[in-house]
Design a protein around this ligand. Structure first.
Ligand SMILES: *[C@@H]1O[C@H](CO)[C@@H](O)[C@H](O)[C@H]1NC(C)=O
Ligand SMILES: *[C@@H]1O[C@H](CO)[C@@H](O)[C@H](O)[C@H]1NC(C)=O
Ligand SMILES: *[C@@H]1O[C@H](CO)[C@@H](O)[C@H](O)[C@H]1NC(C)=O
Ligand SMILES: *[C@@H]1O[C@H](CO)[C@@H](O)[C@H](O)[C@H]1NC(C)=O
Ligand SMILES: *[C@@H]1O[C@H](CO)[C@@H](O)[C@H](O)[C@H]1NC(C)=O
Ligand SMILES: *[C@@H]1O[C@H](CO)[C@@H](O)[C@H](O)[C@H]1NC(C)=O
Ligand SMILES: *[C@@H]1O[C@H](CO)[C@@H](O)[C@H](O)[C@H]1NC(C)=O
Ligand SMILES: *[C@@H]1O[C@H](CO)[C@@H](O)[C@H](O)[C@H]1NC(C)=O
Ligand SMILES: *[C@@H]1O[C@H](CO)[C@@H](O)[C@H](O)[C@H]1NC(C)=O
Ligand SMILES: *[C@@H]1O[C@H](CO)[C@@H](O)[C@H](O)[C@H]1NC(C)=O
Ligand SMILES: *[C@@H]1O[C@H](CO)[C@@H](O)[C@H](O)[C@H]1NC(C)=O
Ligand SMILES: *[C@@H]1O[C@H](CO)[C@@H](O)[C@H](O)[C@H]1NC(C)=O
Ligand SMILES: [Cu+2]
Length: 605
């Protein structure tokens, strides 16, 4: 039975949802012993969608009128957590990151780019292929690394690319080869996870071909939209954010928004991205929000979007005329070119309700083939209000999952998010910090969690903010919420590595017992980034089914930089010992860092 005991310390009054997390952060039931072992696939019923109940995979091949098909044994109704093609095919990429001038909005500045490109090169693969990316760090005074956002990294935790967690950074001059299998399909992105570096340009799309929940003729490919800082580098921006946060203010906004790496600036410099539509055809567009700060609304004048997936998760198609994407989120949409032939604006505008006071918007030109490219004269739609993801009733995963609810109240843990002002910081330094679950994360680049695990050393610094999930095959439940008295209540796009999570519900104000009945355990939205409302809570669940050290953090670069992250240590006794190559990256880093020009001055993430 749920007991809404009220716990009040000074300004903090909130119900306790479970036992207070013990110091060692072992959860689940009295004494830290897991109270239930819920086998995810068997204990819950996952009915086969009726549309595919009679489906046979024989001679199934993917094409414009059979997008639900993939191959003899795989289609859209395959549970991709359990099964994926083993193609044996390796998609190899050789990349180098350098400091290079770039000018996405017409203003030239120094950027850190992969192969000189912004956005970086797209990773293409088919479902089940092995992706192999070799990255050379040719930045003179920065470490680097690559995180492949949302990639499950099943049994390949050491390839997750998180410095201080799953690897040591790549020292200048060093290289690393990341290898993992594409067990999911759809659209995602990769980026450096080394401090705030990705805001300087170390980002790019990932496209994994697979089945889809609706048919389309043409795949237009990835379409990243992002905020852009032309006046500051990521490092100057971090410095500014640090200063403004101490005054209780949000960081200064980006200077502009770019669509597929380009936009026209207020004095007419730069250029618009241009996309050609084939009249009468249906087009798949893979929209990715690769921002570092901003949430964006995207629309295409005169057209609707048929949304077929969110993040890596295929969903039941729905139609909308606008989408709000927070940092890291993706929507794959289908656009039907059934309007009068002409030029139409595609818009990506800052979502000011998300409390990003950027006076900025971006446009791109969508041209019907056969019409000369020209400046469109189309008008945009009326925007919805609120910093909200599409309604949960619209984001229905194609592969249905019912999450056990009977243990929710006894096992849920809460994670308050707060800001500490100078002098109160749990890092023991007098800096402002974002705190989650009472601690601001700060990792040590040369001592990743995987090293602690390899050494059987459980003596983690408290700033590693670790939560132990020792047992596989249980569901875990979390309520992430704004702490009472938080002086800076803004929305946070929360992202989980190594998994995605099911969003059971969210609300304004304080979560309380009355809210439990409103949670949805029957096929709720499933994705890898979700918004914590600016003054409320979000309830998420995920099963332990992938051993590793997995970061969960706010994807706003200045927030994770200032500590808004925890790491789950999931079934880490099952992890293999690091390879010699992995150790070598650490030795190289240690050698470099002794005389490095700059020291770590944020969370490192
Ligand atoms: C599948 O294709 C093969 C070769 O094209 C053909 O021989 C076979 O009859 C087909 N099977 C079905 C069930 O259509
Ligand atoms: C985005 O830009 C890249 C590089 O110029 C291009 O290859 C790609 O086709 C563009 N994406 C779309 C959807 O047009
Ligand atoms: C943030 O400010 C604090 C205190 O002024 C300083 O110690 C810290 O180095 C700053 N961090 C960054 C990333 O500028
Ligand atoms: C716009 O771009 C032009 C040309 O690249 C540049 O000279 C100008 O400074 C930019 N103006 C603004 C306001 O960003
Ligand atoms: C991308 O995410 C940021 C941060 O949440 C948001 O401000 C921006 O509006 C998003 N962009 C799009 C296109 O939704
Ligand atoms: C164009 O296609 C959209 C999406 O399929 C549909 O909702 C709309 O009714 C169509 N409009 C016309 C004029 O056919
Ligand atoms: C927009 O441009 C098209 C073709 O360039 C023209 O036919 C149409 O009348 C224009 N519409 C408006 C409202 O100006
Ligand atoms: C959140 O931090 C503020 C100070 O920044 C403090 O007054 C408040 O008590 C904190 N809330 C909780 C729940 O700790
Ligand atoms: C790790 O430490 C635990 C507790 O001290 C011990 O039981 C276990 O045998 C150790 N394992 C290894 C591989 O050293
Ligand atoms: C949560 O419960 C409170 C108190 O009953 C109610 O006012 C609020 O609307 C509920 N929120 C949600 C999202 O169910
Ligand atoms: C929270 O409040 C905002 C602003 O009033 C509203 O738009 C939104 O629907 C509310 N969210 C929930 C989950 O109730
Ligand atoms: C990364 O390099 C930039 C210069 O390109 C520098 O400003 C910044 O301080 C460096 N950061 C670290 C942590 O080395
Ligand atoms: Cu945040």
């Amino acid at each position: 039975m749920y007991i809404a005991s009220i716990f009040c310390v000074s300004l903090f009054c909130a119900p306790i949802f479970a036992e207070r997390i013990p110091e060692n952060h072992i959860l689940y039931g009295p004494g830290g012993k897991p109270s239930t072992l819920v086998k995810r696939q068997t204990a819950t019923s996952r009915p086969v969608p009726s549309s595919t109940a009679t489906h046979t995979n024989l001679n199934c091949s993917n094409g414009p009128t059979s997008r639900s098909c993939w191959s003899d044994d795989f289609d859209i109704s395959t549970d991709f957590d359990e099964k994926w093609p083993k193609t044996g095919k390796v998609r190899a990429y050789n990349w180098e990151v350098t400091n290079t001038p770039c000018s996405p909005d017409g203003n030239s500045r120094v950027c850190s780019l992969i192969n000189g490109q912004y956005p970086g090169p797209t990773v293409f693969a088919d479902w089940g292929d092995t992706i192999q990316v070799t990255l050379k760090n040719s930045l003179p005074t920065n470490g680097t690394g690559l995180h492949f956002h949302g990639v499950r990294q099943l049994n390949t935790n050491s390839q997750d690319g998180v410095p201080g967690v799953t690897e040591c950074p790549l020292a200048p001059g060093d290289s690393k080869t990341y290898t993992f299998q594409a067990t999911q399909y759809g659209t995602s992105w990769y980026h450096s996870h080394w401090s705030a570096q990705y805001a300087d340009g170390v980002v790019g799309p990932i496209v994994v071909n697979g089945p889809a929940t609706a048919n389309y003729d043409i795949d237009l490919g990835a379409y990243p939209v992002s905020d852009w800082f032309s006046r500051f580098t990521a490092w100057q921006f971090l410095y500014n954010a640090n200063v403004t946060l101490q005054e209780g203010l949000a960081p200064p906004p980006g200077d502009t928004i770019v669509i597929n790496g380009t936009n026209v600036n207020s004095s007419g410099g730069g250029k618009y991205n241009q996309v050609t539509l084939t009249p009468g055809k249906t087009h798949r567009l893979r929209i990715i929000n690769t921002s570092s700060e901003l949430s964006l609304r995207v629309t295409l004048d005169g057209h609707t979007f048929t949304v077929i997936s969110n993040d890596w998760v295929p969903i039941q198609p729905f139609e909308t005329n606008q989408l709000l994407l927070t940092v890291g989120q993706r929507y794959d949409v289908i656009v039907t070119a059934n309007q009068t032939a002409g030029n139409y604006w595609f818009r990506a505008d800052a979502a000011n309700e998300c409390q990003e006071f950027v006076n900025s918007n971006a446009k791109a030109i969508f041209t019907y083939d056969g019409t000369p490219v020209a400046t469109p004269n189309t008008t945009g739609v009326q925007y919805d209000t609120g910093c909200l993801e599409p309604d949960a009733s619209l984001l229905v995963p194609y592969w249905p999952t019912t999450i056990p609810s009977s243990n929710f109240l006894s096992e849920v843990s809460d994670m308050p998010v707060n800001v500490t002002i100078p002098g109160l910081n749990t890092n023991g330094q007098s800096i402002v910090a974002w705190v989650i679950d009472t601690t601001a994360i700060k990792v040590d680049w040369e001592d990743p969690s995987l090293k602690y695990i390899a050494d059987n050393n459980t003596n983690y610094p408290s700033t590693y903010n670790v939560l132990s999930l020792p047992n596989e095959n249980i569901w875990t439940y979390w309520i992430i919420h704004e702490a009472a008295g938080n002086p800076v209540q803004v929305p946070h796009p929360m992202h989980l590595h190594g998994h995605d999570f099911w969003i059971l519900g969210r609300g304004n104000g304080t979560f309380n017992s009355a809210n439990v009945t409103g949670l949805n355990f029957v096929n709720p939205p499933r994705r890898d980034v979700t918004l914590l409302p600016g003054s409320g809570w979000v309830a998420v669940a995920f099963p332990t089914d992938n051993p590793g050290a997995w970061l969960m953090h706010c994807h706003v670069s200045t927030h994770i930089s200032a500590g808004l992250g925890v790491q789950f240590l999931e079934a880490v006794d099952q992890l293999p010992q690091p390879t010699d190559d992995w150790d070598q990256t650490c030795s190289n880093w240690k050698g470099y860092y002794q005389t490095a020009m700059y020291d770590e001055d944020d969370s490192g993430l």
